[in-house]
Design a protein around this ligand. Structure first.
Ligand SMILES: C[S@@+](CC[C@H](N)C(=O)[O-])C[C@H]1O[C@@H](n2cnc3c(N)ncnc32)[C@H](O)[C@@H]1O
Length: 279
């Protein structure tokens, strides 16, 4: 028997969805009805919901959170690539690392890629660290924390497998140094680099409860989906979680909130400076 799926979303249901996604995940879906509709149509048809209202009730009533996670997997934009916004990698190697090498006395460098998508960003940082520290990397704890709300993106990130196209902007010698070719002609990040990145689920709408403060937080091309209030609250939480003298990188296309607590150093690079410090 064929099920007649009505994916047409009425105004009430769409505003229920917008409110739910914004309050739980910060993502603003106002005026995105066409995209939402096209991303959910096949799923609704395949999973037997007879209309959008029924589906939305299921998302909101599912206490396991599985249906909501599935919705987020479908709605988030995970676009990313290696060496994205290369100015950040220049700053990382030329400014951040030389400063950190001098100031991080316990040799425990704390870096967080918040909204890491498929892992290109944290792996890219791990490669920079490997190159920068060379043999002395053994004297350092260089583990990078990488978080996202998309389980689908996190799963792929953990595998660390990419097409040759995704590697286009990386220096050629890095491709041979940091990737193994798979039997399917794809490229997998080498174990020793993968083991330097710890992937975790974290919703940026929630409290930040990691054990230590960070020397660098990257939250690039994530806040673009958030409204001003959400951005402002998130930047305050990041600030609290940043070491004195530490940095925040945001996407170059993103605007900082009006009450940004960090001090701007250059486009899309911010620093926590609250006291006169020699760092
Ligand atoms: C466009 S990607 C950016 C990836 C990478 N930072 C870059 O610049 O290439 C945005 C990522 O933010 C994640 N994201 C969106 N809302 C989030 C939230 N509330 N908490 C954590 N991650 C979120 C999405 O799942 C997606 O993987």
């Amino acid at each position: 028997m064929s099920v007649n799926v009505d994916i047409g979303i009425n105004a009430d249901d769409y505003s229920r969805l917008v409110h739910f996604v914004k309050s739980c995940y910060g993502i603003d879906l106002e005026n995105k009805q066409f995209i939402v509709q096209s991303r959910l149509a096949n799923y609704l048809a395949d999973s037997g919901f007879s209309n959008f209202s029924e589906y939305l009730d299921a998302v909101m009533d599912d206490r396991s959170g599985r249906e909501a996670a599935n919705l987020i997997n479908r709605l988030t934009t995970n676009h990313t690539y290696f060496m994205r916004e290369s100015e950040h990698f220049d700053h990382f190697r030329q400014v951040f690392l030389p400063q950190a090498e001098k100031s991080v006395n316990d040799h425990d460098l704390r870096i967080w890629s918040a909204g890491c998508s498929f892992g290109n960003e944290p792996y890219n940082l791990a490669m920079c660290l490997d190159e920068y520290f060379g043999l002395s990397r053994r004297q350092w704890d260089l583990k990078i924390l990488a978080t996202d709300i998309s389980f689908n993106a996190l799963r792929q990130a953990q595998r660390g497998v990419y097409t040759s196209k995704a590697l286009e902007k990386l220096p050629e010698e890095w491709v041979s140094r940091y990737f193994d070719m798979t039997s399917h002609g794809l490229y997998q990040v080498k174990d020793r680099i993968r083991s330097n990145v710890v992937f975790k689920y974290h919703n940026l709408m929630e409290e930040i409860n990691f054990k230590k403060k960070f020397d660098l937080i990257l939250c690039r091309n994530v806040m673009i989906y958030f409204d001003d209030l959400t951005k402002s609250q998130l930047c305050k939480r990041f600030y609290e979680a940043t070491e004195e003298g530490g940095y925040l990188y945001i996407g170059h296309a993103e605007s900082a909130p009006a009450d940004m607590p960090y001090i701007k150093q250059q486009p899309a690079v911010y620093r926590k400076i609250t006291e006169v410090s020699g760092k």
